[in-house]
Ligand binder design. Sequence first.
Ligand SMILES: Nc1nc2c(c(=O)[nH]1)N=C([C@H](O)[C@@H](O)CO)CN2
Length: 141
Amino acid sequence: MFHTQSDVVFIKGLKVEAVIGVYEWERAITQPLLIDIALETDIRRAAKSDDVTDALNYKAVCDDVSEWCQAIKAKLLEHLAGQIADKLLTKYASHKVTLSIAKPTAIQQADAVGVQITRHAAASSDEPAVNHADNHQSNDV
Ligand SMILES: Nc1nc2c(c(=O)[nH]1)N=C([C@H](O)[C@@H](O)CO)CN2
């Protein structure tokens, strides 16, 4: 089954102080991280009900991501981003997450450095995997 809607719940510039970095001196301090998140999700139920319990709650996502960053104490931004994307897809009703994590104070000559990743939820077991190359007749874009 294709996902044809492209609704997104997003968070921009979430600031988290966490232990992050590969060098010895970085393991003894916290540094700021700036995090952007886009969670693809179907917002139609929340749009109709106007009830936050029907929504993918961005406050809950901010709280979780802050806590996970501080707990993981990753060396590489790649590791941190991968772990957080996996946790978001497991916990929240989203089939695709795009996540960027920047270290604004890591490189003096740069405004920020970081990584951006996109991850998809595993296809559910009751839906056979679809080979998109074999679906030329599909109206989905
Ligand atoms: N691709 C990456 N390169 C680097 C990372 C990283 O997480 N991913 N980290 C560092 C250091 O921790 C750096 O931030 C210290 O200034 C270097 N390169």
